[in-house]
Design a protein around this ligand. Structure first.
Ligand code: MLC
Ligand code: AMP
Length: 495
């Protein structure tokens, strides 16, 4: 069962239909039919075969949104090659871990971005691949695969500081796409405005896959830009928009007449990847005339729970389990709690990843009797609506991007003069949360210089908003840092 068979109803069945338009940062637009995408992916598959890439090999990409990612994804799906997306905001330290762990044949990137890869990383220029494709055979070859064959390894920040690669199978992606198309009533008549990065499952597994499965039309842009968004909405008139809460916060800054104009063309706005504050949902309904549909997912499980398409989309909740997905809420002893009582969410279904790449140790703790431990804490109301209340870990989500404090703390502790550090998430109106670092160091350590150093080594969203000098970190008798006892920021100023 190759995912590619699921996409055939569009790639083959709707070959002559317009499929994709891509607008680059300069505003130039290119158009593709489904037939074009079918041909291009066959040609790229031929190029990859010539370069010795086979089923089961890993191939990474480190690219800003562009059609080449679609070509690459489809070519790899057809060949059974395992794709490893790398966040384009990651820097050498973060990429080194992924490249070392997944051991891809190469990283597909641009000549400019290649300078950010760790020394010695094998990389292929996306422009060269595209040029080679033009003269390659367009003959279709689809490798026959089992549903549990890996299609992608997607790295997700791990509690240990180093991220882990969730192995997502052809079956996982297929189940997710089928569930969403059914639940959100997506058809070939839809027009999807794709602003989410394609290196995360929100943009890839939800966005790209519902487009390819339903055969609707997609407008892809390099990234969400607040200033350009009104123009995209008015010129493209999408019916479908998927975003993270930060994007909705940014859209609320538009003047009311622009907001109601945007609302007029759209059928469905979906939010996920981070909590959507109820006031944002209320303000959006007032300004755009739409009740945003909030859903809940994870890299490891794809989508789990969604508010209903028909019926009440209840603010502050994520709704009901999606078709084929089961959810339990359990206490510390893994016993089911009663409705109305908080507990950890466990998930089971064809959407849940096979495990972590080369990490049998973490698999043992991630699954309990076949149920995946999400680490998210929530409660189910008597009428079934699930509300997420927090997380068991220290995960910070900023603009929909995940940050594990431990990774930043380890980097800070490596810097000269820093004895130790603790990173916490503080509330931010636009991004949900932002990291703030508390560092134990003498007055001779220049905190501005420290910030500049961190900026060169971590993705920009992980760079602490502020560095606060403290004499000591508050700890429990067992030595665990008590983050809640750290002086509040920004009210507190260093002595
Ligand atoms: C931000 N930047 C990007 C980028 N997003 N660069 C390339 N691609 C992107 N998608 C860069 C900017 O160029 C800038 O760089 C810096 O980051 C800050 O950008 P900003 O626009 O000022 O930030 P902000 O207004 O906060 O908006 C950021 C955002 C972004 C909301 C557009 O955070 C975003 O795209 N978030 C989506 C995250 C996502 O897809 N998560 C899904 C995870 S899957 P510089 O150099 O100028 O600093 C998951 C499962 C699930 O969680 O349930 O979905
Ligand atoms: P990631 O590892 O990037 O896939 O992030 C997954 C995490 O994002 C989940 O474990 C949740 O903590 C969080 N998340 C996703 N959707 C929502 C949502 N609608 N509300 C609150 N948190 C969410």
């Amino acid at each position: 069962m190759s995912l590619s068979r699921l996409f055939d109803r569009s790639l083959l069945g709707r070959a002559s239909h317009p499929a994709l338009e891509f607008e680059d940062a300069a505003g130039a637009v290119t158009h593709y039919t489904f037939g074009d995408l079918e041909r291009r992916s066959n040609q790229l598959a031929a190029v990859l075969r010539t370069r010795g890439v086979h089923a089961g090999d890993r191939l990474a990409f480190y690219l800003i949104n562009q059609p080449a990612i679609i070509d690459l994804w489809l070519a790899c799906v057809k060949l059974g090659v395992i794709v490893v997306p790398i966040n384009v905001l990651y820097r050498e330290r973060e990429i080194a871990h992924i490249v070392q762990d997944a051991a891809p044949v190469a990283v597909v990137t641009t000549a400019a971005q290649a300078s950010l890869l760790p020394g010695g990383t094998a990389w292929w220029d996306v422009a060269m691949l595209s040029a080679e494709m033009l003269t390659a055979s367009a003959e279709r070859q689809v490798v026959s695969l089992a549903a549990d064959a890996a299609a992608a390894i997607v790295y997700t920040s791990g509690t240990t500081g180093a991220s882990k690669g969730a192995i997502l199978t052809h079956g996982n992606f297929a189940a997710n796409a089928l569930a969403l198309v059914q639940a959100w009533e997506i058809t070939s008549a839809d027009r999807y405005l794709a602003v989410l990065p394609l290196f995360h499952v929100h943009g890839l597994a939800n966005g790209v896959h519902v487009w390819l499965l339903s055969g609707c039309h997609m407008k892809l842009v390099e990234r969400f830009e607040q200033e350009r968004a009104p123009g995209w909405f008015s010129a493209y008139t999408p019916t479908l928009f998927f975003g993270v809460p930060t994007m909705y916060v940014r859209l609320l800054e538009l003047p009311p007449e622009q907001a109601s104009g945007i609302g007029a063309s759209v059928r469905l706005f979906v939010s996920g990847s981070a909590p959507l504050p109820a006031p944002v949902m209320d303000a959006f309904r007032e300004r755009f005339g739409h009740v945003i549909l909030e859903r809940y997912g994870m890299t490891e499980t794809l989508m789990n729970v969604s508010n209903p398409y028909h019926g009440e989309r209840r603010p502050g909740t994520v709704g009901f389990p999606l078709p084929m997905t089961s959810v339990r809420i359990v206490d510390e002893s893994m016993r089911d709690v009663a409705d109305g009582t908080s507990g950890e969410l466990l998930v089971r279904g064809p959407n849940v990843c096979r495990g972590y790449w080369s990490r049998p140790d973490t698999e043992a703790t991630a699954f309990v009797e076949g149920w995946f431990r999400t680490g998210d804490v929530g409660v189910r109301a008597l009428d079934g609506y699930i509300t997420l209340e927090g997380r068991r870990s220290d995960l910070i989500i900023s603009g929909g991007f995940n940050i594990y404090p431990r990774e930043i703390e380890e980097l800070l502790a490596e810097q000269p003069g820093i004895a130790e550090a603790a990173v916490v998430g503080v509330k931010d109106a636009a991004r949900g949360e932002v990291p703030v670092a508390y560092v134990v160091c003498g007055d001779d350590v220049d905190l501005d210089a420290l910030g500049a150093t961190v900026r060169t080594q971590l993705a920009s969203f992980k760079v602490p908003r502020a560095f606060v000098r403290v004499p000591v970190l508050p700890r429990t008798a067992l030595g665990k840092v008590q983050r809640h006892l750290l002086p509040p920021w920004p009210a507190w100023t260093p002595q």
